[in-house]
Design a protein around this ligand. Structure first.
Ligand code: SF4
Length: 191
């Protein structure tokens, strides 16, 4: 079994084309967004000792990854994930599905149940709570199926996300989304 990083669940939900460029073509450009994100994760660990880095996995899903932090309060467990940016509507869903994937892996590998998660966004110093439900867990399985499908694909999927999502994307130079959008009628390209 080839295990995929849990973080790629977020990537494929955010943009399947980005997943293809990163995971199949190996296009990871260390742009400033990526480097800042890595630095913030590191600072949370070394300066504030906030991270606990729990390794989790699921043989069923074929996923493996690290949970930034587990908060334990009054018998309940919350999964905490640190993000560099600020919350915006279109990224919220992919972040939530990533947390749900971490919850499934936590249950499978450590027999611990987390009923909710939270994303801490460094740029806005805000925290967003996510309650896990069946729809989120179903989205994880759907994302994993899509990843396996894309790994077998001979070419990347078409550009199918909004311009806001492309802002700051680490593979934008390889992707060239505007070339794609310019080939389409305006109304369709602005979706
Ligand atoms: S630039 Fe936009 S369309 Fe291209 S991979 Fe990144 S998010 Fe997806």
């Amino acid at each position: 079994m080839d295990y995929l990083p849990i973080s790629k669940v977020n990537t494929v939900v955010y943009c399947p084309r980005r997943f293809y460029f990163e995971q199949v073509l190996g296009e990871v450009s260390r742009n400033h967004h990526l480097i800042e994100g890595q630095n913030l994760h590191q600072r949370a660990y070394t300066e504030r000792n906030e991270r606990s880095d729990v390794l989790v996995w699921s043989d069923d899903l074929g996923l493996l990854g690290v949970i930034d932090r587990l908060e334990r309060r009054a018998g309940s467990i919350t999964i905490l994930e640190y993000k560099k940016g600020r919350a915006f509507a279109e990224a919220n869903h992919s972040d939530a599905v990533q947390l749900a994937a971490q919850a499934l892996c936590l249950a499978a590998s450590r027999q611990q149940t987390a009923t909710e998660g939270a994303v801490y966004y460094h740029a806005s110093h805000s925290r967003r709570e996510v309650v896990f439900d069946q729809a989120l867990f179903a989205a994880v399985y759907k994302a994993v199926a899509l990843m396996r499908q894309l790994l077998q694909a001979s070419q990347p999927p078409a550009v199918a996300v909004s311009k806001q999502k492309c802002s700051g994307c680490s593979v934008i130079d390889a992707c060239q989304p505007e070339l794609w959008r310019n080939k389409k009628p305006m109304a369709e390209a602005d979706r």
